[in-house]
Design a protein around this ligand. Structure first.
Ligand code: FES
Ligand SMILES: [Fe+2]
Length: 372
């Protein structure tokens, strides 16, 4: 029997954030400076660019980044800005570069490590040094198959920052999982509303009638209760093997899971851009992109082992259908929340004991914003 800690949790009298945190352009810009330019941001999965020369663009806060697999196999991230007169280099959202990243203006060419390799009428000329004109790199690490980028120069120490969860997902072999399906949602709500909604199941009985019998809010507990990473497990009800429409596995359960983990689904937030939800047979991920103060893009992926996907009878539809339905239920209630917190009538309300992770998120968020 797995003990629930639900009864011991508390939000210690905490209240929701004031309305301006969901509406103010000034605070949104402050988030850019204090959070999004400082922290590691998830830009996607390494498996989406398997071959040297494969790239995709990551757009954020008006910036564009080229994320490209180099000849060496390493993944690099560069500002999508030519070192001649600044022109945007790549416009295609993804693709493959044969040999050079070529600027469309005067044909300067860069290799996949960002080195300037050609500059018509300038290479070899006195006073011009190509080494001084490499593409501007952004710190980039691959962790558990996720591409994480950091615009701070030099980048914030990844090992130190992610120390607590570096190996948290090893039993799901996350780095080896690939996406069986992806859905992008555009939601008319501030990014923090999305984080807060994911971080509690107080709403599940009303908003998610299909989820309610699978994981009961009474079984929720947390193994990260403060700081950058928050969340923990819920226990599957006896009749369910996984979170799917029919309650059965979509793939084989992961080999290395303990008996307890085979009966659990975990829900973790990684501030400010990622949710990771390991299931016994797959891992659901949500990548969160701020669009503006009242809208957010959410890229949802269903990750499975390659060998499961390659099996003839592989069918992820039971998991996809379940979470697509649940996601849409969440986005609808998030949009209603955004409408409400924009009202002049809105005042911070008290968190319940089932919303302790929201209080923890707010506390961490405010510390990043240097406002408490
Ligand atoms: S601006 Fe790129 S080559 Fe001139
Ligand atoms: Fe929900």
């Amino acid at each position: 029997m797995i003990e629930s800690t639900a009864m011991t949790r508390t939000a210690t009298g905490a209240h929701t954030l004031p309305g301006e945190y969901f509406t103010s352009q000034e605070l949104y810009d402050r988030e850019t400076d204090r959070i999004f330019l400082q922290q590691w941001i998830c830009a996607g999965r390494a498996s989406s660019i398997p071959e040297p020369g494969d790239f995709f663009l990551h757009e954020m806060d008006g910036e564009s980044f080229i994320i490209i697999r180099a000849e060496s196999g390493q993944i690099n991230c560069f500002y999508n800005v030519c070192r001649h007169r600044g022109t945007r280099l790549q416009q295609d959202s993804c693709g493959h570069i044969k040999s050079r990243i070529h600027c469309p203006y005067h044909a300067w060419g860069y290799d996949t490590d960002g080195n300037l390799k050609s500059a018509p009428n300038m290479m070899g000329k006195e006073g011009f040094c190509e080494q001084d004109h490499s593409l501007q790199a952004v710190a980039c690490v691959i962790w558990q198959g996720f591409i994480l980028i950091n615009q701070k120069q030099p980048g914030t120490d990844f090992q130190a920052g992610f120390h607590d969860i570096l190996h948290r997902f090893d039993h799901w072999q996350l780095e080896r999982l690939v996406s069986a399906h992806e859905i992008t949602y555009e939601v008319a709500a501030n990014w923090k509303v999305i984080f807060q909604n994911y971080s509690e199941c107080y709403h599940c009985s009303l908003v998610h009638p299909q989820l309610r019998p699978i994981t009961s809010v009474e079984t929720a507990s947390n193994d990260f209760e403060e700081g950058h990473f928050l969340g923990g497990p819920m226990i599957l009800a006896d009749d369910f093997k996984s979170v799917t429409m029919n309650g059965q596995f979509c793939g084989s359960p992961f080999n290395d899971l303990s008996a307890d983990d085979l009966r659990r689904v975990y829900f973790y937030t990684l501030c400010p851009s990622l949710f990771i939800s390991p299931h016994p047979d797959y891992v659901l991920t949500h990548r969160i992109e701020r669009v503006d103060v009242s809208s957010t893009r959410i890229i949802c992926n269903w990750l499975f082992p390659t060998d499961a996907i390659e099996q003839d009878n592989f069918d992820a539809s039971e998991a996809i259908e379940f979470w697509d339905l649940t996601n849409r239920q969440d986005w609808e209630i998030c949009e209603l929340t955004q409408k409400g917190v924009q009202s002049r009538a809105y005042q911070p309300g008290p968190y319940s004991g089932l919303e302790s992770m929201l209080a923890a998120f707010d506390q961490h968020y405010l510390s990043l914003m240097a406002m408490n």
